[in-house]
Design a protein around this ligand. Structure first.
Ligand code: SF4
Ligand code: SF4
Length: 153
């Protein structure tokens, strides 16, 4: 797991939470995102996760889990509808040049929902120094301000 999504506010403050966010009953990053130390692939439930509650080994969790910083939690301009268990997409930064939206492969079209793709277009416009990518299993797309370009078919 990696660092957080950008925290720069954008013009899409539609239904943004201004209060401090919390995971609530969401535990979806622990299923959607891979954890190399545990040999856990993306989309596979983590055996250490108490679904709907949280990590059962939180104090001893692997480094990649410690490094992960959920984009939804970090960005106050993302409203409650974009929490991962509601929109099925985890937002993260794999490197300094990329914004990566990992979509739950069990809901492979979820990233095309208006609230999600609208946010991705907005990120592409407001963070021109980064590329915005969507990943669903082995398929990837690049999202531009006004277009979606398939990278893999
Ligand atoms: S995806 Fe984000 S909101 Fe959901 S459990 Fe993980 S850190 Fe919390
Ligand atoms: S070890 Fe804990 S934090 Fe890491 S994926 Fe599993 S349940 Fe989540």
């Amino acid at each position: 797991m990696t660092e957080a999504a950008p925290t720069q506010p954008t013009s899409a403050k539609s239904s943004a939470d201004t209060a401090v966010k919390s995971c609530g009953s969401c535990t979806e990053c622990c299923r959607i995102v891979a954890v190399p130390e545990l040999y856990k692939n993306a989309g596979t439930p983590c055996p250490q996760c108490n679904v709907g509650s949280g990590c059962t080994i939180y104090a001893e969790r692997p480094q990649s889990c410690r490094d992960f910083d959920c984009g939804w939690l970090s960005a106050d301009y993302m409203g409650p509808e974009l929490r991962t268990d509601r929109c099925h997409v985890v937002l993260l930064l794999p490197d300094r040049d990329t914004i990566l939206a990992c979509c739950d492969a069990e809901v492979p079209e979820a990233w095309r929902a208006p609230a999600v793709i609208g946010m991705l277009h907005l990120l592409a416009r407001n963070f021109a120094d980064r590329i915005v990518l969507v990943k669903v299993a082995n398929r990837m797309w690049r999202v531009l301000e006004d277009a979606i370009l398939p990278i893999t078919s």
